[in-house]
Design a protein around this ligand. Structure first.
Ligand code: UDX
Length: 440
């Protein structure tokens, strides 16, 4: 099939490459000429395991091209919208890019000769957006579907080609819905044949599936982080607690890792956009708990500074703090809403002398001017002379680092494990005072 993907950021570029991997002919469109240039050469503009291989293979095979010209989408059978929906000042989702994508596409829609033509929305949008876009697209005779994306960074290709489920939000018109469903089934055939559930519903429900899934995940993390605060106060251990409650299938053990909280380009903005939309719909109170989820997420970060003061003394001025991690999670160079970087900033604000090290993000940070903290390119350089080590992102390089070696490098043997990911007993055996999050 011929496919177009509008928006070649994280979501769009991975989707485009993955669809080409299924054997389709794909064109990706983005307004950013530099990004288009890189992708056309088979180079990934961001760090994502497996992505560059899939990208290069399909570019080389001639199945995958990129352009800044919307005219290239003419004649394709499925057009994906994969642009970003960033947070606006009010917390609501900013739909500028979605609207621009539709405007750019409109003159070129309705030219497919292979069968029914479909526009498929992937971006995370406020409920009600798909119905509005469907009206805009209607005059071209093309059907709009809402097909949300659930990929995680670090597992983006795997999550696209081997998803837990696929969701199709279809129009009320039965004939159009059946045609569009058949087109998507054909597009995703290898995934459906592999037995992955494909769930069919209306637009609004499909939009809500995506945002409520992220709200649930954020809630799960803040729940366990709230338990961590209780554990700290009661001298209990949250990792043992999480392990025990997680064995109940109804709770499940994943996403119960207490730590300095969730960050990234999705969860923080999505819970705020969801609240904003609920307010608009007059049911703001129903999502009032998401404000608490946000608050807990903030509080766990601050708790690290409190712990640092308890261990090092009230005044942190001049203390050398090594923050291990800058990306919002391991196997990513994404620093949007990064808990680790927030911590680095907070220690800096308290006049500590801060050094940050991240396996993927250090080179990016090193290019930035005017940063208030130092950037180290090796773990050893970061630990050298440190009064305090803070683990902010649980990269394997950090969690497997030899504590005995760390002990030789630091000025004082104190470590705060912000992700409860270091081997505690090994660090203690190397002479470190160890503090986790909610771990006695
Ligand atoms: C998330 C959703 O998982 C994905 O389905 C959606 O499509 C986009 O948003 P992502 O932002 O890539 O994906 O990261 P995720 O792996 O969900 O982690 C989010 C944050 O939560 C990270 O900062 C991570 O460190 C933190 N986290 C995760 C915890 O603090 N504890 C956990 O138990 C799990």
């Amino acid at each position: 099939m011929r496919i177009s993907v509008i928006g070649c950021g994280y979501l769009g570029a991975v989707h485009a490459a993955s669809m080409a991997e299924l054997g389709h002919t794909v064109v990706g469109v983005d307004v950013d000429a530099r990004k288009v240039e890189l992708l056309s050469q088979g180079k990934a503009p961001f760090f994502e395991p497996d992505f560059e291989d899939v990208l290069r293979r399909n570019v080389d095979a001639g199945r995958l091209t990129f352009t800044t010209d919307y005219a290239a989408i003419a004649g394709a059978q499925v057009h994906f919208i994969g642009v970003g929906t960033p947070q606006s000042e009010t917390g609501a989702a900013n739909l500028t890019y979605v609207n621009a994508a539709i405007e750019g596409m409109l003159p070129h829609l309705g030219q497919c000769t292979d069968g029914p033509e479909v526009v498929a929305g992937k971006s995370t949008v406020p409920v009600g957006t798909a119905a509005r876009l469907a009206e805009q697209v209607a005059p071209t005779g093309v059907t709009l579907v809402w097909n949300p994306e659930f990929l995680r960074e670090g597992f983006a290709v795997k999550d696209t080609l081997d998803p837990d489920r696929m969701v199709y939000g279809l129009p009320d018109d039965e004939r159009a819905a059946a045609d569009a469903q058949a087109v998507l089934d054909e597009l995703y055939r290898p995934i459906i044949e592999a037995g992955k559930p494909r769930l069919v519903m209306d637009y609004q429900t499909a939009e809500l599936v995506k945002i409520s899934a992220n709200a649930f995940l954020a809630t799960k993390i803040s729940f366990i982080n709230a338990m961590a605060q209780i554990c700290d106060a009661a001298d209990a251990d949250v990792t043992a607690l999480a392990g025990a409650i997680g064995l109940d299938d109804r709770i499940g053990k994943r996403f119960l890792r207490a730590g300095i909280g969730f960050g990234g380009g999705c969860l923080p903005k999505d819970i705020r956009a969801f609240q904003a939309r609920a307010n608009e719909l007059g049911v703001g109170e129903s999502l009032g708990f998401l404000a608490e989820v946000d608050k807990v997420n903030d509080a766990v970060r601050h708790s690290v500074v409190d712990t640092a003061r308890r261990l090092l003394g009230e005044d942190l001025a001049g203390k050398r703090v090594a923050v291990l991690g800058a990306a919002f999670k391991p196997d990513s160079d994404d620093m949007r809403n990064s808990p680790a970087l927030d911590l680095a900033q907070e220690f800096t604000d308290l006049s500590a002398s801060v050094v940050v090290m991240d396996p993927a993000a250090s080179p990016i940070l090193a290019d930035r001017e005017g940063l208030p903290y130092e950037i180290a390119s090796s773990i050893e350089a970061a630990l050298n002379g440190a009064d305090l080590i803070v683990l902010g992102t649980e990269w394997k390089q950090f969690t497997t680092f030899d504590p005995a070696k760390a002990a030789e490098l630091v000025a004082r043997r104190i470590v705060i494990d912000g992700r409860n990911a270091l081997p505690r007993e090994d660090w203690k055996a190397a002479g470190f005072t160890y503090a986790g999050i909610g771990r006695r």
